[in-house]
Design a protein around this ligand. Structure first.
Ligand code: 13P
Ligand code: SF4
Length: 371
């Protein structure tokens, strides 16, 4: 007798379910699936999703976790580029599931592989590639761009390891071409004392990215013109305002914020750095934090003995992360009970191979620096 195929459960039937029932059903499905499933959750996820995560972390930690888990199913409560990285780093037998395929990243969408390859060819035509140029991409980019970096001696970085990786690459290469977040690139370059006039901004809509040949030859760092719409909402006047409202407040921001904000803040660092800083701060300390609101709200709840607030008064929420509703998570895990893998993220083999080189290079360089 052949295998009896179960019909895929319809998402519409889940979207109408009340939250408590959804939470109970996710828990029941997880129990039944046991170690066959692992649920990974990025720190920016909403509370009603993060409570179901087996493991939580920033984008670097999650990529390492994905490379180490033995689970058959990796349900990724994050955004598309994170799930792609999990598929690249995971084993061939594992399935990576993104509960909502619309959970993308507007920053990652600001650089396409065609634009990046075209930019690289333009640099070649004007002779810039005769010097040693390393392409480095932020984790927040497509698998195809990661593969481009893997093929061309480059690497992937995240906000938590950008400094050690820039350190290595600035010593070994004449220049770096950094995609797609201009702010992380500029803020990290500034930490190495690179002056702003040695950082060219590449606008993919313009010939030579809107630069002269001379500017590109002179630049130490070429920055792709991309940004995060969430972190871009924090402005210098928010820093001034919070300092006037809360005497003694310390301003702590993510390096995806614009340079003008980072340079007047007290501290800047990755999502994990932000969490650790608040965890280790003394009772009574005051923090205004420039990053995603769900993370800031959880810090506020965890540390009632400290003043923790969002740097900007308006809602700085990652709308695409928010698309991973618990109803969609329930739909994904209950389908797994029937043997149906829904919303699977599969990176094509050649891209996977070269993107894997860039990601594994990132992990080994990061871990070596720690030791
Ligand atoms: P990290 O998790 O590396 O801090 O990145 C923040 C982010 O924007 C994720 O999309
Ligand atoms: Fe992308 Fe910004 Fe959302 Fe991160 S917070 S996933 S960079 S849009």
């Amino acid at each position: 007798m052949g295998v009896v195929l179960q019909e895929i459960r319809a998402i519409e039937n889940y979207m109408v379910l009340p939250d408590e029932e959804v939470a109970a059903r996710i828990e029941a499905a997880r129990l039944e699936l046991g170690s066959r499933v692992v649920i990974l959750g990025h720190h920016y996820q909403r509370d009603d999703v993060i409570r179901h995560a087996d493991l939580t972390g920033d984008s670097y930690q999650l990529s390492v976790m994905a490379s180490q888990t033995e689970a058959e199913y990796i349900v990724f409560c994050g955004v598309h580029f994170m799930a792609e990285s999990a598929d690249i780093l995971g084993k061939d037998s594992q399935h990576v599931i993104l509960p909502d395929l619309g959970a993308g990243c507007s920053m990652a969408d600001m650089a396409t592989i065609d634009q990046v390859e075209d930019a690289w060819e333009q640099l070649r035509e004007i002779g810039v590639l005769e010097s040693k140029v390393a392409p480095i991409t932020y984790m927040n980019s497509s698998a195809a761009i990661k593969a481009f970096c893997g093929r061309n001696e480059g690497v992937v970085c995240t906000s938590s390891n950008a400094i050690p990786l820039f350190d290595i690459y600035l010593k070994e290469f004449d220049k770096m071409f950094f995609f797609p977040d201009q702010h992380l690139g500029r803020n990290t370059g500034a930490k190495f004392g690179i002056p702003l006039d040695k950082m060219a901004l590449w606008n993919p809509q313009e010939e030579l990215g809107g630069n002269t040949e001379e500017q590109l030859h002179e630049a130490k760092l070429i920055l792709w013109r991309g940004h995060c719409s969430v972190h871009g909402r924090f402005k210098p006047w928010h820093v001034d305002k919070v300092r006037s409202e809360i005497p003694g407040v310390q301003v702590l921001v993510h390096p995806e914020c614009m340079r003008e904000v980072v340079e007047i803040s007290d501290l800047d660092g990755s999502t994990s750095f932000i969490i650790k800083t608040v965890e280790n701060a003394p009772a009574g300390s005051k923090w205004a934090i420039g990053t995603e609101v769900n993370l800031v709200n959880r810090l506020q709840q965890r540390f009632p003995d400290k003043v923790v607030r969002l740097l900007a008064p308006d809602l700085c929420m990652c709308a695409t992360m928010y698309r991973i509703a618990p109803q969609k998570l329930a739909w994904a895990v209950e389908n797994l009970l029937d043997g149906n893998v829904v919303n699977e993220i599969v990176v094509e083999n050649e891209t996977k191979h070269f993107a894997g080189i860039a990601l594994e290079r990132m992990i080994s360089m990061t871990e070596n620096q720690k030791n």
